[in-house]
Design a protein around this ligand. Structure first.
Ligand code: SF4
Length: 619
């Protein structure tokens, strides 16, 4: 390939502080593109089955895609990969901002860390040079303090991705934070960084990402820039309000889980305070990631409990996780909850799920103020909610238990607490209710990183995607056949994700956006059909990783509440039960995975060029 890649993957051995470069194989890039595709292919063979996610055998990677740092709109994404300590299987998490472009401009497509350092360290990638440095003085600092130190001491042009106290203390719901609020949050990979004593990765550089056909890329940039500014797909929604615009919508249409998934929207006090106009009252600035024409996010400032809090505005997921989930409609407190998670290095979705779980346990007398260090938990009480976030990050009192996620907390608190622990495979579910979109129930269960909302659903397909498959449509009563379109939609999403563009760019342009840019940038012709094939290969390598690490996604339980067992008696999704078995059977058949354990079949693996994986799983 003649463009899109810097041609270098860095391997950092933390055991002995050695660093070496590898030139990525052409076939690896062609078959897996970048991001978590490249990561899963490399780590499938390098992380041994049974490896402790927090031990030296786990490998942690920071990856980019070929469209990252190019003229492709929204080419801002970086992905953290490794074995997840939260789920015990494949882990990946995706962040935006400026870090990915800096990583490539520094000269690298990806960097992987093996082993465990004997003291806190950070990696500095400086325009083609890589150096491991002492991070003793940063250990214990929160993500805001680290970011400020980087800008003051290393330079304003240096971008950083770091962990906070939560990652240092090995919280299984900790993430990796960049720019005080662009977070690769899911899969608990902040704890892997903490276990490796790797405080942060920093990058800066002046190198340009090569493009095979810059003229064509410029023309595409114009074409798709116009699509975004003329409101194709979700473009206007992202450009005018961003995901917070959806917060009051999801709260009433049945998409946002309410009271820890246990009630309908009728239990929520009043949605009006969550209207976007109220968020604007606290807005400091509208902001954008690196060269992104959408500019979907912003920063806020509020006075809260005598403190001036400046933070990235809470995205929909964060606002709902601390809003509808806990019956809280106080916007300033949502800004603060988001700030605390970003500052301390927690995944907002999981942290919100843990707080809601704790409130319900408290309500039912399974924990008391003795366990919480004196905090009296109650629905809608945002001060106790935010106090609990700090307890989780610092692993104090019951926060120590919750820092490992709701599944492990429920194991300790006993069977009575289990119905309140809403997760699949250990990962707390995001803020899209399967009773609202039943196919989400299959995706939450079957993605290699379970409980993920960014892998496809009826609403996550770009304009121009046509499907005549049964079940493609928004009638949630019609569930039969719905499992049949998931394969294709997920495969397309995988390629968009690993190419290095933002999901919001993918959803704000017509479907050829990604393949046309891949063709122009890499010089390798790429079609929508190729997207489906490559996406299928990526889905299979992630799934094969999980099979080798002992995970059976078919027998993995799903939480009754989220799947409508029993159905809600009222609200917009009243009476809906997710027909999981039906859709799951359809999905497994389409994927060519076994019905009893979701093992990719030999012929599927061989068709995708994964003969070595076929031998591992079937010989
Ligand atoms: S759409 Fe938003 S999150 Fe995505 S790259 Fe642009 S500014 Fe960043």
């Amino acid at each position: 390939m003649s463009g899109g890649y810097m041609g270098k993957i860095l391997w950092v051995n933390l055991d002995n502080s050695t660093i070496h470069e590898e030139v990525p194989d052409e076939r690896l890039l062609r078959d897996f593109i970048g991001g978590y595709g490249l990561g899963a292919r490399l780590l499938y063979e390098r992380i041994p089955p049974g490896a402790d996610p927090l031990g030296p055998e786990n490998i942690l990677g920071f990856t980019t895609g070929p469209l990252t740092g190019t003229l492709a709109a929204t080419g801002t994404r970086w992905t953290v990969v490794g074995k997840s300590p939260l789920t015990g299987g494949w882990g990946d998490a995706n962040g935006s901002g400026f870090f990915a472009a800096a990583l490539k401009q520094a000269g690298y497509d990806a960097v992987f860390f093996t082993g465990i350092a004997d003291r806190p360290v950070y990696l500095f990638l400086d325009d083609g040079r890589a150096e491991l440095r002492d991070a003793g003085h940063l250990w214990g600092q929160d993500c805001y303090q680290v970011e400020d130190w980087v800008k003051a001491e290393l330079g304003d042009d240096v971008e950083a991705a770091c962990i906070g106290p939560a990652g240092e203390k090995l919280s299984l719901i900790s993430g990796v934070v960049h720019h005080k609020g662009r977070v690769a949050a899911r899969s608990g990979l902040g704890a892997v960084m903490g276990a490796k004593r790797l405080k942060m990765v920093t990058a800066r550089g002046t190198r340009k990402v090569p493009m095979a056909d810059p003229e064509a890329a410029r023309a595409l940039s114009k074409k798709y820039g116009k699509e975004i500014t003329s409101g194709v797909g979700f473009a206007d929604a992202y450009r005018t309000k961003g995901t917070p615009g959806y917060t009051p919508v999801g709260a009433v249409n049945g998409d946002s889980p309410t009271r820890n998934w246990g009630a309908s929207v009728l239990a929520f006090p009043d949605v009006e305070p969550l209207e976007f106009e109220h968020l604007l009252e606290y807005r400091l600035e509208r902001k954008s990631c690196w060269h992104c024409p959408i500019s979907c996010w912003g920063t806020s400032q509020v006075e809260y409990q005598g403190r001036t809090v400046e933070a990235h505005q809470p995205e929909y997921e964060s606002a709902s996780a601390f809003g509808t989930m806990t019956l809280n409609n106080d916007y300033p407190s949502l800004i603060v909850a988001n700030e605390l998670c970003n500052r301390l290095g927690l995944d907002t979705i999981s942290a919100g799920g843990c707080v809601a779980f704790a409130i319900e346990c408290y309500e039912h007398g399974l924990i008391s103020s003795e366990d919480t260090g004196g905090i009296e938990l109650a629905w809608g009480d945002h001060e106790s909610m935010n106090a609990m976030v700090e307890k989780i990050a610092h692993r104090e009192d019951i926060g120590d238990l919750l820092a490992a996620g709701v599944e492990r907390a429920a194991e300790k608190l006993g069977p009575e607490s289990e119905p309140f622990a809403i997760h699949v495979g250990g990962q707390e579910l995001p803020m899209h209710d399967p009773r609202f979109e039943p196919a989400m129930g299959v995706i939450y269960k079957m993605d290699a990183t379970p409980g993920r909302h960014t892998q496809a659903c009826q609403f996550l397909v770009p304009p121009g995607y046509e499907s005549d498959r049964p079940g493609f449509g928004i009638d949630r009563e019609q569930q039969e056949g719905r499992g049949r379109w998931i394969r294709e939609a997920c495969c397309l999403n995988h390629v968009s994700n690993v190419s290095g563009v933002c999901l919001f760019g993918y959803l704000s342009t017509h479907i050829p956006f990604v393949p046309e840019f891949l063709s122009a940038v890499t010089g390798q012709p790429f079609s929508v059909e190729d997207m489906v094939t490559v996406g299928e290969r990526i889905a299979n390598i992630r799934q094969a990783f999980n099979v080798r690490h002992g995970i059976n996604a078919v027998t993995q339980p799903t939480p009754d509440r989220a799947y409508g067992r029993p159905a809600l008696p009222d609200g917009p999704t009243a009476g809906i039960t997710v027909q999981l078995e039906q859709m799951l059977g359809e999905y497994l058949e389409d994927m060519g995975w076994t019905q009893d354990a979701a093992v990719p079949k030999r012929d599927v693996l061989e068709r995708l060029g994964l003969e070595d994986v076929a031998r591992d799983l079937w010989d």
